[in-house]
Design a protein around this ligand. Structure first.
Ligand SMILES: Cc1ncc(COP(=O)(O)O)c(C=O)c1O
Length: 450
C-alpha cells in the first residue's frame, strides 16, 4: 500500500465517486476512512466516530464480525470463483440459497436468484415480473407502478421506478411504462393530509385511479420499499402495505417488496414486509445479506411466481438474465455466515430497542431545536431528522446549513448521512445503548452549530 502522502495527494484525482460531483471532490476531498471496529470508523487523521450510517444502511453486524471474515477468507482459498451460468454451480451457493429462502420462508419466499447488489436485484425482479406474465399468457402486462420518493437503485429499470428526480433527470429518457403514485409522507404530500391512516387511504385511491387509467391488463408489478429509506426514512401507516397488497391482488399485479434496506432485521422484524404483515410476490435484497463484507444481492421469489416458471411447458421460461457474479462462491459463503450471525445475535431485537431509543432522542431534539421540522422513525434502526429554515413555511434547510450540521456532528464524534434536507441514520444493528446516547449528543452539537 502506498504511503499517506500519496493517498492524500491523489484523493479524488483519478477516482470518480458515486453520487458526487467529481470536480467538487477535487477541491473538497472526501474523508478517507482508514479502519473500523464494532460500530465505529476511524479516518486517516485518526478521528474515531460512531458510524450512524452503518456504511450505507448495510453494515448490520458492524465491522468486527470474525465469523463472516473467516468464511470469506476460507472460501477464497478453496474456490475464489466459478460461473453459475447454465451447467455449473458451487456448494456455497446451494447452501446460501437454502439459508436465505429459509430466512424468508415466513414471507412466502421459496427461491433465490443471486446478484451483485441491490440495483441488480431490482433489475432481476422487474424482468422476472414481465416474464411471469408472458408465461401466463398476459404479454401486455409490461408496466410498473411505484411510489414517489422511493429508491430502487441506479440501473435504468430501477431508476425508472425511482421516485426522486435527483436520480432521474440527468439520465432521461428512462424506461417507458413506469408510473408513480404519491408517497406515504404526512409532512409533505399533495393532499395536505397529516394523518398517516387517512393519507394511506388517499394514496390507495390514487393507486386505483392510476390502475383504472392505465388498464390493469397492462401492469406487471408494483414495487415499494416497506419503509422508504433513501427518500428520507418514510415509514407508512401500518394499514398502507396491506392496502397495496389487496389492490395488487384484486388487479393481478405482482407486489415486489424492495427490502434492500429493510431486510435482515433493520425494522425490528426480519423483513419490512413481515413488519407490516404482508407477503409479497418477490423481494429484492442486498446490503445486510452479507453485512456488506462482500457485494451480494438476491432477488427472492415467492411460490406463485416460482410455480409459474418451474411448471412451464412453453419453452419460454429460461431466464436469459444474470450476472457474472451471480452465485459467486465467496459471496455465497459470506451470505451463509452472515445469516447465521444475524440470527445468533438476534439483530432484530436490538434494532427494535435501540431504534426506539434513537427515535425518542430525535424527538427530544425536535422539541429543543426549531430547525427540526419533522422526525421519522420508530420502526427499528432507521431514523431521519428533516431540517427546515422556517418551521411554519417548512422551507427546506439549504445545502450550506446541512453541511454545517453534518461537519459539526462528525467533529463531535458521529458520522451521519445527508440526503437533501434530511439527516438520515441507519447504524449497525449491534449498536449499544451508550453509542446511541453518543450519537444523540453529537447531533445536539451539530444542530447547535446552526
Ligand atoms: C431500497 C433500495 N433498493 C435498491 C438499492 C440499490 O442497491 P445498490 O446500491 O446495492 O445497487 C438501494 C440502495 O441503497 C436501496 O436502498
Amino acid at each position: 500500500m502506498r504511503d499517506d502522502a500519496f493517498i492524500h495527494a491523489n484523493n479524488a484525482k483519478q477516482l470518480w465517486h458515486p453520487m458526487a460531483h467529481p470536480g467538487d471532490l477535487q477541491s473538497n476531498a472526501p474523508v478517507v476512512i482508514a479502519s473500523a471496529e464494532g460500530s465505529t470508523i476511524t479516518d486517516s487523521a485518526g478521528h474515531t466516530t460512531v458510524d450512524a450510517v452503518g456504511g450505507l444502511w448495510c453494515a448490520n453486524l458492524g465491522y468486527s464480525n470474525e465469523a463472516v471474515k473467516a468464511a470469506v477468507a476460507e472460501q477464497m482459498q478453496v474456490l475464489p470463483y466459478y460461473s453459475a451460468f447454465g451447467g455449473t454451480t458451487n456448494a456455497p451457493a446451494i447452501e446460501a440459497a437454502h439459508a436465505v429462502t429459509d430466512f424468508f420462508a415466513a414471507d412466502g419466499m421459496v427461491r433465490a436468484f443471486f446478484t451483485s447488489g441491490g440495483s441488480d436485484s431490482v433489475e432481476t425482479a422487474l424482468r422476472l415480473a414481465r416474464q411471469y406474465h408472458r408465461l401466463r399468457g398476459a404479454p401486455t402486462r409490461t408496466k410498473f407502478l411505484s411510489l414517489k420518493k422511493g429508491y430502487h437503485g441506479t440501473h435504468f429499470g430501477g431508476a425508472s421506478v425511482n421516485g426522486n428526480n435527483r436520480f432521474r433527470t440527468a439520465y432521461e429518457p428512462l424506461l417507458p411504462g413506469c408510473f408513480h403514485i404519491p408517497a406515504p409522507y404526512p409532512y409533505r404530500n399533495p393532499f395536505n393530509e397529516t394523518d398517516p391512516a387517512r393519507l394511506a387511504q388517499l394514496i390507495a385511491q390514487s393507486m386505483e385511479d392510476e390502475i383504472a387509467f392505465q388498464g390493469a391488463s397492462t401492469i406487471a408489478a408494483f414495487i415499494m420499499e416497506p419503509i422508504l429509506g433513501a427518500g428520507g426514512v418514510l415509514p407508512p401507516h401500518e394499514s398502507f402495505m396491506p392496502l397495496m397488497r389487496e389492490i395488487c391482488d384484486r388487479h393481478g399485479i405482482l407486489l415486489i417488496a424492495d427490502e434492500v434496506i429493510t431486510g435482515f432485521g433493520r425494522t425490528g422484524d426480519w423483513s419490512g414486509s413481515r413488519h407490516w404483515g404482508v407477503k409479497p410476490d418477490m423481494m429484492t435484497t442486498a446490503k445486510g445479506i452479507t453485512s456488506a463484507y462482500f457485494p451480494v444481492g438476491a432477488c427472492l421469489i415467492g411460490e406463485k411466481v416460482a410455480e409459474t416458471f418451474e411448471s412451464d411447458q412453453s419453452g419460454e421460461a429460461a431466464i436469459y438474465h444474470g450476472y457474472t457474479y451471480s452465485a459467486h462462491p465467496v459471496g455465497a459463503a459470506a451470505v451463509t455466515a452472515c445469516l447465521a450471525e444475524t440470527v445468533r445475535l438476534d439483530l432484530k431485537t436490538n434494532a427494535k430497542a435501540r431504534g426506539a431509543q434513537l427515535y425518542a432522542g430525535a424527538k427530544a431534539l425536535k422539541a429543543e431545536f426549531g430547525v427540526v421540522g419533522d422526525i421519522r422513525g420508530g420502526h427499528g434502526l432507521m431514523t431521519a431528522l428533516e431540517l427546515v429554515s422556517d418551521r411554519s413555511s417548512k422551507t427546506p434547510m439549504d445545502a450550506a446549513g446541512m453541511n454545517r450540521v453534518h461537519k459539526a456532528t462528525y467533529n463531535a464524534g458521529t458520522m451521519t448521512r445527508i440526503g437533501g434536507n434530511n439527516i438520515m441514520m441507519s447504524p449497525p444493528l449491534i449498536i449499544t445503548e451508550d453509542e446511541v446516547h453518543h450519537v444523540l449528543s453529537s447531533l445536539r452539537t451539530g444542530l447547535a452549530s446552526l
